[in-house]
Design a protein around this ligand. Sequence first.
Ligand SMILES: C[S@@+](CC[C@H](N)C(=O)[O-])C[C@H]1O[C@@H](n2cnc3c(N)ncnc32)[C@H](O)[C@@H]1O
Length: 220
Amino acid sequence: MTRGLKYDIPGRDWRIDPDQVLAQGWPGVFADAPGGSAPSPRPRSQRLVVEIGFGRGEFLVDQAERNPDTGFIGIELSHKRCLKMARRLARTELSNIRLLELRAERVVSELLTWKSVDCFWINFPDPWPKKRHALRRLLRADFVRDLALRLRPGGVVYVATDHPEYAGQIATVLSGDSLLSNGYAPMPYLPEVPGRLATSFEIEWRALDRDLHYFMYVRV
Ligand SMILES: C[S@@+](CC[C@H](N)C(=O)[O-])C[C@H]1O[C@@H](n2cnc3c(N)ncnc32)[C@H](O)[C@@H]1O
């Protein structure tokens, strides 16, 4: 137990585990909600959106509120952040978010089927700035291929980073995948995207006047 953390969930707990997904499939997992029908071959939501590393979760909550008929999967490695998000969600009326406290690499390769996802959001992934840690970065060619295979044709992967060197790596691996096409071409990325909700990291980096890099790649 981490000291100072509150563990009680004041309502429905939307955290799920891999066994549930494997047993029920995503339509079943999303149908299992107040007001949702019993698991059936027809999903409650036809659209599936995934946020990787949701952090404090404000972006995920905002998206889910705006798109009540879409199923949202929030993936977060940090136990503390996942727990806090579960507590936060339990106080809302939202029933279209499911949380997984796991590494995104595992969720994507083991729990998401090919051509099933409409959109991935990866906002400000950890940059691992030290050279000897660069292999820990999430956006590598093998992971990008895994994401591309899970996207439906026309589906989109959005990535944002403040870190210039990581931005170079992200541009290389996204543009190097033959299943993806740059939605912002001829620009490799945009420095800002009007109307986009800022995440907590984004707000911090903007206050420090850092250059930001927004990527959008579409499954061909
Ligand atoms: C720099 S924070 C950004 C948080 C949030 N997206 C934002 O923009 O405010 C990166 C987040 O990704 C999570 N994370 C890092 N590696 C991950 C992985 N392999 N799978 C899932 N989450 C991961 C971290 O725990 C952290 O919450």
